[in-house]
Design a protein around this ligand. Sequence first.
Ligand code: TRP
Length: 450
Amino acid sequence: MEARDREGWGTRSGFILAAIGSAVGLGNMWRFPYVTAENGGAAFVFFYILMVLLVGVPVMLAEFTIGRRTRLSPIGAMLKAGGRAWMPLGYLFVATGFLILSYYSVIAGWTMRYTLEAALGGFSTTPAEYFSAASEGTSAVIYHLAFMGITIAVVAGGIKMGIERASLVLMPLLFLLVMGLAIWAIFLPGAEAGYSFYLRPNPQRLFSLETLGAAAGQAFFSLSLGMGAMLTYASYLSKQEDLPSAGVTIAGSDFLVAFLAGMVVFPVIFALGLSDEIGESTIGALFISLPRAFTAMGDGGRIIGLIFFSALFVGALTSGISLLEVVVSSLIDTWQLPRATAALGAGLVITLIGVPSAYSTNVLAIFDQVAGNLFLVFGAFALTIFVGWRMDYPVTELQQGFRSEGLLRGWHFTLKFFVPIILAVVLYQVGKDTTLVLYQVVKDILALVF
Ligand code: TRP
């Protein structure tokens, strides 16, 4: 497709809201609290902030640079900017999009089910049993299908009429919902213990390689980095856009929502004495302990729960959209497919790949570890090396729309030296974690067979 008839964003805020929509999702309101809990609370939050600022924002700008320079989706963009040698990275991005959306949609399906449950009947009084029934099996498949259906419909609508319009309505709504919840939580009796776990660092837990790895993985997942989603969104931009400011706005908003989600989750959990549950956090933790807490609060709790899960669903939708758009835009650019065909075709394949995750949360956890953790960190690492060492004039690209050349030079220097070193350490850690997970899987399978 010629660059000149390529689609584009209608407004500047349209792009920023859509990118915030991509970033803000399950990663903020579900993964962030549970990873924070797993890693001991406040100390992790501190590391996470450092990661977002020192690694997340630079990598986001790296994706922006490639996207806007080439005005192509990942596969074509890597080919155009880097030549044949870098094209496989584009393929890896698209593959990662397939894999992440396949299980992301399953979890998003749970949020749909919980939203409906809160609206229609109230939460179950036996949330653990309810969660095992809701998270695995035919009903999980049905909600997964429903979520994919909505996502496909929006992406088929295109950049302006689909993605931008949806984000313009949904993102402000989500902000208001989460903000309202955080204010409400202040008045919960017994909330202090939650705030203290969340906000007061325990010096003994300040540094470990595990915490660093977890913080980096969470930052990439939450900021939608490492698989070309931000690259793709930036490819629909005009040359006047001030990308560094956009990057800071997006990362800041993303952190704000995650932070506010923690300001809801921790007070609620601690106020109701459920902190043990979150201590040994797993994928299901929030889906079990929050409904338990909401039920204990009576009718008011049901409304609060309804708001919480609606916000979660809204966030998941705008993120799912961006994951599908990476795949769809590649099909459009590389194989000249019509948008609707591409959205439907890719959507169906992704839906199928997700079915095993809808039958077993163990499978889902493996997908999350491999694609949502390892592939993202690796993708970000490769991207950093590319923009830092291989790409022609990345600074010049960002100068269009941004004046301070000094800051941009600093950014490029960071990408050359600082970010790759951090990411190499993180990659080592995440690689180790992933090997352990896969080793366990192989052992389990062998035990089943023999
Ligand atoms: N950032 C989203 C979240 O926090 C998930 C997401 C959307 C994503 N697009 C992505 C993650 C691209 C990694 C890469 O829920």
